[in-house]
Ligand binder design. Structure first.
Ligand SMILES: OC[C@@H]1[C@H](O)[C@H](O)[C@@H](O)CN1C(=S)Nc1ccc(F)cc1
Length: 400
C-alpha cells in the first residue's frame, strides 16, 4: 500500500503469541491484556534498548474490547482492563517516542468473539484515527472470504479517508487460502502494508519449521509480492518464550531477516533472558531485515537437512548485489554439520570479491573471491548467517 508507511518491514512488540486472550486481571494482574501491560512493555522497549535498534510499534491484539458496542454503536475498550481508554494509552505510547497499534476483525466478531467491524467500517476507522492509532491489524474470523476482496479495500479506504497515516496489516490472504481460494495479490499489495499468508505461529520449533517450509516451498508465488510498503508477514517473533532453544531462536531471527519479515516481538520483556534479548537486539541482523532494497530472500539449496537461503541487499554496483546468506541445519543428529561451498555456487559472481562476516559470531572472513570456498559449521536446528558485501573500490560505490 503506497501510504508512505512501512518502507521497511515494521518492527515492534505484539501481545498475542505470549499473552493471548488472558482477561483475568483479578487473578493474574501482571499478565492480563490490560492498559498496564502495554505501558510496561512500552517502558521496557525504550529503557532496555529495543527502540534504539528499531523496535517502534506497541501493538494490541484481540481481547481488548467490551463484549458489546455502546449505545451509539461505538467499540469500547474493556472498562476494567483499560480504565483510561485507548486514546490515553496511545498518548502514553507516543510520549515514549513509540507508535501504537490496535486490532480488529473484518467480520461480525473477532476470533476471540468480541465485536467485529462488519457494519461499522467507516465508523470504526474514524474511531481508531480519533484515538491516534498508528497501525491497524484487521483479522478475518467470522467472515466470508469471498467478501474480503471488497471488504479489506473498503476498510483501508476508510482508514485513508481519516487523513491519519496508519499501517494496515491484513489477514486477508490466509483466510482465502484456508477457503481454497487463490488470493488476488495485486489487489492485496495495493491495499495493505503487510499481510499474513500462513498459520498462526505457536510457541514451538515445529510451528516455526512449518512456516519456514511454507515460505520456502511457495517462494515463487510469495517472494515477488514483497517490497517497500508491502510485506509478507510470517507472523510474530517467539524468541525468549518457552518453546525455542537458543539455536532455534537464532534461526528465527536470521530467517525473518532473510524473509524481509516484520519483526514483531511477542515475549515478556520483563523476564526475557539476556542471551535471547541479545538475539532480538542484533543490529547486524536487523540491518539485513531493514535493508532499503526491500527484496525478500529465497531458499536456494535444500538437501539432506541442509538449507541455504540468500537475500539480495545493499550495496549494489552495476547489476551485482550484496547478499545475506543463511545456512540452516534441519537435522537433529547431534553434531554440527560442515557446509562447504564457493560464493560462485551461491550465485555471488562479482569478480572484485566480497567482504564476508558472520552476523552472530565475531568471525570476519575478510575479502573472498567467487572461487573461494567457504566452510561453516552449522549446529543442529541452528543457523549460520553471513553478510557478503560487494568489495568495490570506494570511488565507484559513491558514484553508483
Ligand atoms: O484471536 C486473535 C488471534 C491472533 O490475532 C492471530 O494472529 C490471528 O491470526 C487470529 N487469532 C486466532 S487465535 N485465530 C484462530 C486460530 C485458530 C482457530 F482455531 C481459531 C482462530
Amino acid at each position: 500500500l503506497e501510504n508512505g508507511l512501512a518502507r521497511t518491514p515494521p518492527m515492534g512488540w505484539l501481545a498475542w503469541e505470549r499473552f493471548r486472550c488472558n482477561t483475568d486481571c483479578k487473578n493474574d494482574p501482571d499478565n492480563c491484556i490490560s492498559d498496564r501491560l502495554f505501558r510496561t512493555m512500552a517502558d521496557i522497549v525504550v529503557s532496555e534498548g529495543y527502540a534504539a535498534v528499531g523496535y517502534e510499534y506497541i501493538n494490541i491484539d484481540d481481547c481488548w474490547l467490551e463484549k458489546e458496542r455502546d449505545y451509539r454503536g461505538q467499540l469500547v475498550a474493556d472498562r476494567q482492563r483499560f480504565p483510561y481508554g485507548m486514546k490515553s494509552l496511545a498518548n502514553y505510547v507516543h510520549s515514549k517516542g513509540l507508535k501504537f497499534g490496535i486490532y480488529e476483525d473484518f467480520g461480525n466478531y473477532t476470533c476471540a468473539g468480541y465485536p467485529g467491524v462488519l457494519g461499522y467500517l467507516e465508523n470504526d476507522a474514524a474511531l481508531f484515527a480519533s484515538w491516534d492509532v498508528d497501525y491497524v491489524k484487521l483479522d478475518g474470523c467470522y467472515a466470508h472470504p469471498s467478501e474480503m476482496d471488497q471488504g479489506y479495500p473498503e476498510f483501508g479506504f476508510h482508514l485513508n479517508q481519516t487523513g491519519r497515516p496508519m499501517i494496515y496489516s491484513c489477514s486477508w490472504p490466509v483466510y482465502q487460502i484456508y477457503a481454497g481460494m487463490q488470493p488476488n495479490f495485486t489487489s492485496i499489495i495495493n491495499h495493505c502494508n503487510l499481510w499474513r499468508n500462513f498459520d498462526d505461529i505457536q510457541d514451538s520449533w515445529s510451528s516455526l519449521e512449518s512456516i519456514i517450509d511454507y515460505y520456502g516451498n511457495n517462494q515463487d508465488s510469495i517472494v515477488p509480492n514483497a517490497g517497500p510498503g508491502h510485506w509478507n508477514d510470517p507472523d510474530m517473533l517467539i524468541i525468549g518464550n518457552f518453546g525455542l532453544s537458543y539455536e532455534q531462536s537464532k534461526t528465527q531471527m536470521a530467517l525473518w531477516a532473510i524473509l524481509a519479515a516484520p519483526l514483531l516481538m511477542s515475549v515478556d520483556l520483563r523476564t526475557i533472558r539476556p542471551e535471547y534479548k541479545a538475539i532480538l537486539q542484533n543490529k547486524k541482523i536487523i540491518d539485513v531485515d531493514q535493508d532499503p532494497l526491500g527484496i525478500q530472500g529465497r531458499r536456494i539449496y535444500k538437501h539432506k537437512g541442509i538449507e541455504i537461503w540468500a537475500r539480495p541487499i545493499t550495496p549494489v554496483y552495476q547489476n551485482y548485489y550484496s547478499y545475506a546468506i543463511a545456512f540452516l541445519n534441519r537435522r537433529t543428529d547431534g553434531t554440527p554439520s560442515d557446509v562447504s561451498v564457493t560464493l560462485k555456487e551461491l550465485g555471488l559472481q562479482y569478480p572484485g570479491g566480497y567482504r564476508v562476516e558472520d552476523l552472530y559470531e565475531d568471525v570476519d572472513y575478510g575479502v573472498l573471491t567467487p572461487q573461494t570456498k567457504i566452510k561453516v559449521k552449522v549446529n543442529p536446528s541452528g543457523v549460520v548467517i553471513l553478510r557478503c558485501d560487494l568489495q568495490v573500490d570506494d570511488v565507484y560505490v559513491s558514484n553508483q
